[in-house]
Ligand binder design. Structure first.
Ligand code: ATP
Length: 356
């Protein structure tokens, strides 16, 4: 909509012509920033199949107003594009190997609108953080980018986040921060706390945070967080808060550390409900952080730190420091007892590992 409302379509936005930007930006089916990777028909087909039950080719064709052979072609494309396993049984029809909980723009957008966030939902995008950074050039924050799949999901320090279609939550919230980067201290820890609280609410009481901002359940990673900053760090800047939560994923290739999902602990959940709980909790935590600062939330964070008081090694890239985790300082930096002295560490290049 914004693109078509722009009086001069050749107006420069962030150094790109708007018409070029439209190509770069991809498509949210509902707000029409692009054309979705699945057609509307394919999306309706998946909606019908998401219950995991059998549906005949005739029933699906009638619901969509297409022939049975067109249904079959669509299903083949869904299987290929979304890497979903589908059973075809003569006389019974088609069913997905596992039921799905698809994200529903109609259900989510009005609720998010109530807390002042606009929604941009994609079937598949390279990375929701990357998309949020691009959208910032034409969409006023705060807004939320959501995707059913990420083809290049990002972790910290160039690592990747495994993001299969329809299984998990991949979302990025873009917000404006006044008063410079000092307002950001501890923010990523506060985001981790919000994700953990959401997991507690769905019954995973053993979920805890790991410095700086991962969320673990019984020693396995269930969520990752990536904050990215753009703008003037001394004045008005924008923060992209990227969150990946493993929700209904039970199998995945390419994750080189122990991981788990909500489904393993609490059964299959409706991803729309989980997203709304996350949005409400995140908003509350960010508001509190803006009002009272991280120092006031430090105690709560420390009492939920999975490696509090344990022997760990902090890798700084160039060297490793081993010691006991004492907690965090008022800015969210890690406090460790190393060789009889207390030291604080902060910065994006640090990685903490539990000593065996
Ligand atoms: P750090 O402690 O430095 O945060 P990390 O290895 O957990 O270390 P992140 O950038 O938070 O780093 O996350 C990326 C890593 O998470 C990947 O290298 C991979 O090991 C793991 N990973 C990737 N996808 C998933 C996923 N869906 N669920 C759990 N873990 C994942």
């Amino acid at each position: 909509k914004l693109l078509s409302q722009t009086p001069d379509p050749r107006k420069l936005v962030g150094g790109l012509l708007l018409r070029d930007l439209k190509t770069v930006i991809g498509t949210c089916r509902w707000c029409r920033y692009h054309s979705a990777s699945f057609g509307g028909g394919m999306y309706r087909l998946l909606t019908l199949l998401q219950d995991g039950r059998f549906h005949s080719g005739r029933e699906l064709g009638e619901a969509l107003g297409i022939s049975r052979s067109a249904v079959w072609k669509h299903l083949q494309r869904i299987q290929a594009d979304a890497a979903l396993n589908l059973y075809k049984v003569p006389g019974r029809g088609y069913r997905l190997a596992e039921p799905l909980s698809l994200l529903n723009h109609e259900a989510l957008a009005p609720q998010l609108e109530q807390i002042g966030w606009s929604l941009h939902l994609y079937d598949s995008i390279d990375s929701t953080n990357a998309q949020a950074l691009r959208l910032l050039q034409i969409v006023p924050p705060p807004f939320l980018v959501l995707a059913e799949a990420q083809s290049a999901g990002r972790g910290r320090r160039g690592r990747s986040w495994v993001s299969p279609f329809g299984q998990n939550l991949y979302c990025s919230l873009a917000i404006k921060v006044q008063g410079g980067a000092s307002q950001l201290s501890g923010m990523s820890l506060v985001v981790g706390l919000a994700v953990m609280q959401v997991l507690h609410q769905v019954g995973i009481s053993q979920a805890g945070v790991k410095w700086p901002n991962d969320v673990y359940v019984d020693g396995r990673k269930i969520a990752g967080i990536l904050l990215e900053l753009t703008g003037d760090p001394a004045d008005v800047c924008h923060v992209i808060i990227g969150i990946g939560i493993n929700v209904n994923m039970i199998e995945a290739a390419g994750i080189d550390q122990l991981w788990t999902s909500v489904k393993e602990h609490a059964g299959m959940v409706d991803r729309n409900e989980l997203l709304l709980t996350l949005a409400a909790t995140l908003r509350q935590n960010l508001e509190r952080h803006a009002q009272v600062g991280f120092a006031a939330m430090k105690g709560e964070w420390e009492s939920n730190h999975v490696w509090q008081g344990l022997k760990c090694t902090l890798s700084t890239g160039s060297q490793d420091c081993s010691g006991t985790v004492l907690g965090v300082d008022d800015q969210g930096g890690l406090r460790m007892m190393i060789d009889g002295g207390v030291r604080s560490f902060s910065g994006g290049e640090l990685s903490l590992r539990l000593d065996q």
